[in-house]
Write a protein that binds this ligand. Structure first.
Ligand code: SAH
Ligand code: SF4
Length: 423
């Protein structure tokens, strides 16, 4: 989501004649798009800002902070870094063009706009800087109403609001007309999508999948409580909807899930996973995990380990619990010892690595359709993904980037598959 927001800001500025540069030393304007989901991300911002302080003494620079940290910290950023010129929150970053032009004319003034604009729809931004023509990210909804007790997103992104189905379909069509073959529908909780005319997420997915020429549709993230049979049956009925589900459980312990306010039990979660597996179609299933949530005991953690064992995720993202200011968990529970958190994270990741090794071993000899995404830094191998979101490396020409090729799996590691193109 942040990546897409950055592309929108870059697109808006480029449409007004500004140019992006990869060479920091040449830049006059610095814009930080920020994430605050964990503390580490937030700290990175201040260390970058510190580096610019000295540079700004020698030369007139314009420095802006946008996104989630801007939204929740607002004025406080100026206390720590008074040389920042503007702060735009998650619902005002689309004003960046006007703000930058105004501050160039009125250098020295400050602008802070972190208003939680409450209009029913997200703004329709058309100027998006497109980095790859074959793959696009499309916002379908933003915000979150779930208030998981550890999570800052409902505070940084506000309440849920969805774009109109017709606008989303139009945007996807425009991309497909100029060569996109993969679309990733984005939202903090995509299956809460609701068009005012009553269409839900499976309806949207179904409409998007009818667009001619669109080869692959992905979506992130689905909340387990809203994953249902209707959604699964749409996914199964369309060839171009990728057979990959990112369904983050966070924990395998009912006691912890309740404290997290996740609104489902381990059993309900597993029922949904079984529903997917029962289809008999090969799905990639991935998930997010938080270890060391306050009060998590060894037996709770073991429940998470046993969930990994039962589900057999093709990949996971796992994090140590990070207390976020203002959330229910931060206000009501004591953070636990960092060493225990780290030990559990390592145990979880090592176990998952073993699972992935086993799963990947079974794929040797199989043939997958792979969308080629990039070339390795050394220029030796191509990297692409199967519809299940498995990463595959193989030899091939750079001209294949953006194309779908058939690859036979010949080798594997825990993270990736290796293969050979079949012509
Ligand atoms: N809406 C998605 C998650 C979005 S945040 C969902 O509900 O599944 C992305 C991931 O960051 C979460 O799945 C969670 O694993 C992690 N995360 C969020 N807040 C966190 C916190 N306070 N500490 C550690 N990890 C956190
Ligand atoms: Fe955060 Fe929970 Fe909303 Fe996901 S569903 S964004 S974890 S509050």
């Amino acid at each position: 989501m942040n990546f897409l927001d950055s592309e929108k800001m870059a697109g808006i500025l480029e449409s007004r004649g500004f140019l992006m540069s990869k060479d920091e030393k040449k830049c006059d304007i610095f814009i930080f798009n920020t994430c605050s989901v964990r503390e580490k991300a937030e700290e990175k911002l201040f260390s970058y800002l510190g580096r610019l302080k000295k540079r700004k003494r020698d030369r007139n620079l314009l420095i802006g902070v946008c996104g989630c940290v801007a939204q929740v910290e607002g004025n406080r950023i100026l206390k720590r870094a008074p040389y920042v010129d503007f702060i735009l929150g998650t619902r005002s970053f689309h004003k960046i063009g006007d703000v930058v032009e105004y501050l160039i004319e009125n250098y020295g003034e400050k602008i802070i706009d972190i208003e939680m604009d409450s209009s029913p729809y997200p703004p329709e931004v058309k100027e998006i800087k497109r980095n790859e023509l074959f793959r696009e990210y499309v916002l379908i909804m933003e915000g979150c109403n779930n208030f998981c007790s550890y999570c800052i997103v409902p505070y940084t992104r506000g309440r849920e609001r969805s774009r109109r189905l017709i606008n989303i379909v139009d945007e996807v069509k425009r991309y497909v007309n100029v060569g996109a073959i993969e679309i990733n529908l984005l939202g903090q909780n995509v299956n809460s999508y609701r068009d005012p005319e009553g269409y839900d997420f499976p309806d949207l997915l179904s409409e998007v999948s009818k667009i001619e020429g669109l080869k692959r549709i992905r979506f992130t993230t689905s909340h387990p409580k809203d994953f249902n049979e209707k959604l699964l049956s749409v996914i199964l009925s369309r060839k171009n909807i990728c057979k990959h589900i990112h369904l983050p459980p966070q924990s395998g312990s009912n006691r912890v899930l309740k404290l997290m306010n996740r609104k489902y039990t381990r059993e309900e979660y597993l029922e949904k996973i079984n529903m997917i597996k029962k289809s008999g179609i090969e799905f990639g299933i991935s998930g997010d995990f938080i270890v060391g949530f306050p009060t998590e005991r060894e037996d709770d953690f073991n429940e998470t380990m046993s969930l990994l064992d039962k589900v057999k995720y093709s990949s996971i993202f796992s994090f140590k619990y990070s207390p976020r200011k203002g959330t229910y968990a931060e206000k009501n529970f004591k953070d636990m010892d960092e060493d225990i958190k780290l030990k559990r994270l390592m145990t979880l990741q090592n176990f998952q690595k073993e699972i992935q090794l086993k799963l990947n071993r079974e794929k040797v000899g199989k043939i997958y359709e792979v969308l080629v995404e990039s070339i390795s830094k050394k220029g030796e191998t191509l990297m692409g993904r199967t519809e299940q979101n498995y990463i595959v490396n193989f030899k091939g020409d750079e001209s294949l980037i953006g194309k779908i090729v058939s690859v036979k799996i010949t080798d594997y590691s825990a993270q990736t598959l290796k293969g050979k193109i079949i012509y």
